[in-house]
Design a protein around this ligand. Structure first.
Ligand SMILES: [Zn+2]
Length: 463
């Protein structure tokens, strides 16, 4: 989930206003809108949870501001004058909300279109006919939080433009609720869109001098407005971002290592329980990689800090973009000695960490409720569990006092036992999260871990 981007991002065309202004007008273009990080969802009578809404350019036109959308000159409606073009005006957009060009989903029959940048250089007069021939769906996104959109008025306007039919509704939704229902295509486009719009929306001011920042490169760069050719910089110190190589702000990707330790026998796995997790939930350990660290060093440090465990043989498994807001989860296995004591008191991030056998993990994976991570369901399960505990305590109290149940009460208790959903002894993440994949792949022996001597490295051959 969230990985395997299906789009050709055409990054070499992000600096071309001829390309961006052309393709944004394409009737095939589709948009994902956000409001403070919440995506626009389309709900229909038969799908009340909703799905990601993909709108056309005419449908989102009220949010886009004045044309030109890219290559904006100093005054609204003007373009960058000849002679003032520079690195700081490449597809400049300083009026209106930042727009992100996500990429092109090319038709599978024709494969990759080459689209060399020379087709869209200022000397080319035929950008329009090149765009008309592009085979595929261009994707854009933007966050409209700063436009203070009224949801009711928005739906009225969408109804008028034919974006929604009777009984359908567009509204801002909880992005995490989508996890279980989103297709892998939607998930991958959504992950890119969410991280990019979030970054554009939150970074409004230059970190060097506090001036406003503006958007370049179809939403992929931000620069300080003191660097615009028409900026009035009299009576002020030059912005430090104008010096040397640090001229732009680029989108962030924050690397997180996430890992499972497998013990020397290969038959046990170490999982931890954060204090933020719902009841009975155990997962892989994780932490941000710090400056000056390799992946391997970060895995070793985090395992020691969180569980007091020394590990060896750190091996990469796979990665997952996690757009909350811009993480890249890097999944690893490592080996550790399960005979040594586990301790969670060093950095106190976990409330518990323990070794589970393959049999225990397989048992939980085989249960319907074992990998449910729908928060509404979890709350319901927790409520049932609390109620069950309360009832059990009440029964014990009554028994101690010599209370004898009536036939009716006995019948009720029997009925409750029969109807009870089988509760797992603990829960692990579903495979929509990389932690769930790491746990499953070990449990089902998709990745082999032969027994090793404690501390003895077997290199990467064990993957
Ligand atoms: Zn600045």
């Amino acid at each position: 989930m969230f990985g395997g981007s299906p789009l050709n991002r055409l990054s070499w065309l992000r600096s071309s206003p001829a390309f961006l202004n052309g393709i944004i007008a394409s009737p095939k273009s589709r948009w994902i809108l956000f409001n403070a990080g919440q995506p626009l969802l389309l709900t229909k009578p038969d799908s009340p949870n909703g799905s990601l809404a993909f709108l056309s350019t005419p449908q989102v036109r009220p949010f886009l501001g004045e044309e030109p959308f890219f290559n904006q000159g100093q005054t609204a409606g003007s373009v960058v004058p000849t002679g003032q073009e520079s690195h700081f005006t490449e597809a400049v957009r300083h009026n209106g909300q930042p727009i992100v060009f996500l990429g092109l989903h090319e038709s599978t029959t024709n494969g990759h279109g080459a689209l060399p940048s020379s087709d869209f250089s200022s000397k080319s007069t035929d950008a329009e006919s090149v765009i008309a021939k592009i085979d595929g769906t261009p994707y854009f996104s933007m966050d409209v939080a700063d436009l203070d959109v009224n949801e009711e008025e928005m739906n009225k306007s969408f109804k008028e433009t034919g974006a929604i039919k009777d009984g359908e509704k567009l509204g801002w939704g909880d992005p995490r609720a989508l996890m279980t229902t989103m297709s892998s295509f939607d998930g991958a486009v959504y992950a890119e869109a969410r991280s990019m719009t979030d970054w554009n929306w939150r970074n409004k001011f230059c970190p060097g001098c506090g001036s406003k920042q503006y958007s370049l490169w179809g939403g992929w760069k931000l620069a300080c407005s003191s660097l615009l050719p028409w900026a009035d910089n009299s009576n002020r110190k030059p912005c430090p971002s104008g010096k040397g190589l640090h001229n732009y702000a680029h989108p962030r990707t924050d690397c997180v290592v996430i890992m499972c330790a497998v013990d020397q026998t290969g038959e046990k796995i170490l999982l931890g329980r954060s204090r933020k997790f719902p009841m009975k939930f155990y997962s892989a350990l994780a932490g941000f990689i710090e400056p000056g660290e390799t992946f391997e060093a970060a895995v070793r440090r985090e395992m020691w800090e969180e569980a007091g465990v020394s590990v060896w043989d750190v091996t990469y498994h796979s990665g997952q973009p996690w757009p909350y807001p811009a993480n890249l989860m890097c999944g690893f296995y490592c080996r550790a000695d399960s005979g040594k004591q586990v301790r969670v008191d060093l950095d106190n991030e976990l409330v518990d960490a323990r070794w589970y056998t393959r049999e225990e993990i397989r048992g939980v994976l085989g249960m319907r409720e074992g990998t449910r991570l729908d928060y509404r369901r979890i709350t319901e399960m927790e409520r049932r569990e609390m109620e069950g505990k309360k009832e059990e305590m009440e029964r014990r109290r009554r028994r101690r006092r010599g209370y004898r149940m009536s036939a009716k009460e006995k019948e009720k208790e029997k009925e409750a036992t029969t109807n009870a959903v089988e509760e797992p002894p603990f829960r692990v993440p579903p495979t929509t999260a990389i932690a769930g994949v790491l746990i499953r792949d070990w449990a089902e022996e998709r990745v082999k871990f032969p027994p090793v001597e404690v501390g003895q490295s077997v290199g990467v051959a064990n993957l």
